[in-house]
Design a protein around this ligand. Sequence first.
Ligand code: SF4
Length: 288
Amino acid sequence: MPKYKEPLFRPPAEADSMIFQVSHGCPHNTCCFCGMYKGIPHSIRSQEEVLAEFEEYAEIYPQTRRIFLADGDVMALPFETLRMYLDHLNTVFPFLARVNVYSNGSSILQKSASQLRELRKLKLTTLYMGLESGAQQLLDLVNKKENVRDMIKAVNLAQDEGFRCSVMILIGLGGRKFSSLHAVNTALALNAMQPRLLSALRFVEVPNTTMFDEYETLPEYDGVIELRRIISRLELNKTVFRANHTSNPVPLEGRFPHDKEKLISILTEQLESGQLDHKGPGITPLFL
Ligand code: SF4
């Protein structure tokens, strides 16, 4: 693998992908709940350096099929840069099947439909997008500079052009006070998006996160109620759902619409088991 500038993040599904860092950090870096790139100034690597790295690793691993381009919101790169990188990857990796990136909704909308089509033809495939919450009031409170309506538009546009959008939501982001608002609006936004992939992660306060004043950690039990509220409101036609990240107290996996009732009963069973923490956040995830 290439030499990385730490920290390096990738979605769990990219564990087997070849990763190239075409930029460092996140071009936004304002979300108070996210400690991923705090203190890391955003920078874009020189194109010569990146292209040379593609060539070097194509010689060592010519069989590579899956590539992930890091770091945060690589979709924010100018269209011409993305096209040139994808073009080059297609040339030097003869077995390339897909290239995936983190992407904010606003960065998708900066591209026209025909530009998106072109990137898709060059095997850009899965766009990982953090919706976090469908409640605009909450996104504003956590300083995520994205608009819910625009994120819905972005996912619809990208999926119309053949992309797979993998959307992430954060259970407990609103704490006790906004749990209900968060659940109701997140389900509404997801129903309007119809993402092909959906992941629910539990929000955990990590170093470098500073939540809004009224924030009060959601106990584990209430987090499971929140997730059940969201799932019971979801009307998804064709979505693979995962809540099996180490942060989740109840690991879940299924397909919508087929597994909806099963997912709800697993959560109900857990809520009735007496094993969930009513006072504290529950187990500490493995990454902490
Ligand atoms: S949540 Fe995404 S957009 Fe916000 S600071 Fe973290 S990486 Fe950047």
